[in-house]
Ligand binder design. Structure first.
Ligand SMILES: Nc1ncnc2c1ncn2[C@@H]1O[C@H](COP(=O)(O)OP(=O)(O)O)[C@@H](O)[C@H]1O
Ligand SMILES: Cc1ncc(C[n+]2csc(CCOP(=O)(O)OP(=O)(O)O)c2C)c(N)n1
Ligand SMILES: [Mg+2]
Ligand SMILES: [Mg+2]
Ligand SMILES: [Mg+2]
Length: 334
């Protein structure tokens, strides 16, 4: 929702008009407590109770105008994405996400309603998975930054690392490819005056609120996945990470990658690019890329997209050739 539309007609209360305790009191009650949390938010630390197995912890930061724009995404959209990006990292280990802690940096003129909206977005993403938001931190700063740390539990399975892929394994992915990148490109086009047809607006939704296949991580671990990661920076770049960590090569099949979705094709025509550029290079859908032994039956959420080969030549090839498209997102080289 556009910020202007949400707050039109009244002067918004800003975060600078409240003290920290007051601000926290306005949004903390909206956050889900989750299960197995004898002590939630409000003390020096939250206490998490696990019956068995190891916990995993991961963190990711979202920075205004780098990961999101406030004119493109509501506070709730940003909260949703900040949660999902981290939940996907937990799932990519084969773990079950349990809790988040969320730190927030805000410029003084940020409307309090934006922060409340952020809490609602975090809650919408977390509550269905029984994930609690159990604490955080806040500070003033030059622009909005949302930093999330996620904790997860390895429910009797060994963690699935990036380094376990072996030549001969199947390469498979769960979740969508290229949709968030298409949505991002469409928002940029809309900014420059292009009117988007309704048929592609779902892609903008995929950018604002990605829906990673969170349960697929545990399913992959239980089905013997040898390596796994979430696709945040693009299939080619992230597949390269698995290849390098495992000391193997990854061969993708353009036939198996196939056409992703009709809307993606239509959006690619509007943007004047090849749909495959988004499928191969687009991050932020946070699907899972995993490798499985050749004999393994893939869990239902996964589709085969290639195979693991020996580490000769390029780390990742498509139909035997080095990729010709841009290889995905890097914070410093774009
Ligand atoms: N500031 C940091 N300090 C320590 N480790 C970091 C830091 N930034 C990133 N890493 C680690 O580098 C690895 C790659 O980071 P990143 O690409 O952000 O992972 P992901 O895409 O899974 O979020 C992760 O294991 C992450 O924990
Ligand atoms: C305003 C804006 N510009 C550019 C992008 C594109 N973008 C920013 S970060 C990113 C990659 C994913 O984020 P990152 O922080 O690298 O997540 P991680 O790999 O750590 O999970 C992409 C594709 C965006 N989402 N928003
Ligand atoms: Mg990260
Ligand atoms: Mg990741
Ligand atoms: Mg990244």
């Amino acid at each position: 929702m556009a910020q202007g539309a949400a707050y039109a007609g009244r002067v918004p209360l800003t975060v600078a008009e409240l003290d920290e305790t007051e601000l926290i009191a306005r949004f903390a009650p909206r956050l889900p407590r989750g299960v197995r949390t004898p002590v939630g938010t409000g003390d020096d630390a939250a206490v998490l109770r696990f019956d068995r197995g190891d916990a995993v912890v991961t963190t990711d930061v979202l920075v205004e105008d780098h990961h999101f724009r406030r004119r493109w995404s509501s506070g709730a959209d940003v909260g949703w994405r900040a949660a999902m990006q981290n939940l996907a990292d937990v799932a990519a280990m084969g773990a079950v996400p349990r809790s988040l802690v969320v730190s927030l940096v805000m410029p003084p003129d940020l409307p309090v309603d934006w922060v409340i909206d952020l809490a609602d977005g975090l809650a919408q993403a977390c509550a269905p998975h029984e994930v609690g938001v159990v604490g955080g931190d806040l500070s003033a700063g030059p622009s909005v930054m949302v930093s999330v740390t996620a904790l997860g539990e390895l429910d009797g399975v060994a963690p699935v690392l990036r380094s376990g892929a072996r030549a001969g394994d199947q390469v498979a992915c769960a979740g969508t490819l290229g949709r968030a990148a298409a949505g991002f490109a469409l928002l940029e086009l809309a900014d420059s005056g292009v009117v988007l047809p309704d048929s592609v607006k779902g892609l903008v939704g995929a950018f604002r609120r990605p829906t990673p296949p969170l349960g697929a991580g545990v399913d992959a671990a239980r089905s013997g996945a040898t390596a796994m990661l979430d696709l945040s920076d693009g299939l080619l770049r992230d597949a390269g990470r698995v290849a390098r960590a495992s000391g193997v090569g990854i061969e993708l099949s353009s036939r198996l990658l196939g056409p992703e979705a009709e809307a993606l094709q239509e959006a690619a025509e509007i943007a004047g690019i090849a749909e495959m550029d988004w499928v191969l290079g687009g991050g932020e859908d946070h699907g899972l890329l995993a490798t499985f032994p050749a004999s393994a039956a893939l869990p239902a959420e996964f589709r085969r997209i290639g195979r693991v080969r020996d580490a000769v030549g390029h780390a990742v090839t498509i139909d035997g050739e080095p990729p010709s498209v841009r290889v995905g997102w890097d914070h410093f080289s774009g």
